[in-house]
Design a protein around this ligand. Sequence first.
Ligand code: ZN
Length: 194
Amino acid sequence: MSALPMRFLPDRILRQQAKKIGKIPPNLKKYTDDMIETMHAEQGVGLAANQVGSLQKVAVIQLPEWEEALVLINPEIIRREGEREVEEGCLSIPGYRGMVKRSEKVRARALDLNGKVIRIKAEGLLAQALEHETDHLNGILYIDRLVSRDKLWKVTYTPEGEAEYHQADESISEEASSDESSGSRPTEAINERD
Ligand code: ZN
């Protein structure tokens, strides 16, 4: 296994929609192993393919207490219940945290590497991770789901390791989209607008 190079905002691949995987290619196992390796190296609980430069619709999730990562092919949230506000960050937006709106509970459906259907009922951190990673595959970032624009902070650490929150600079909030459909806009259109 080898860690893959990460993509960071404002890399436009993060705004592109991943393509649904039809027949599962034989090399996908190796690729998702590399994604898992990357997620571990970056100390994340999840990683979507766009974050490592691929537009295959696949993500990996591993909660801190899990021994193994979950590979999710073509994941979809099929039901959302309730609403809550949670603090969130993203490996592709290093140094920032924000307060976002997420569901209390979700139901998700995906395929595993053998092409078998996986159904997941989740709440808490897993529900948050499922929403975060399926969003990535649709070109949506957590900064699009902020409770309000000023609920985004730049985080630095004191020599004692204590987190300090500062108001985020304009440039990063400019990257946020209030329009959910922006994720599916073709890159050309985004470039033109920019
Ligand atoms: Zn992320």
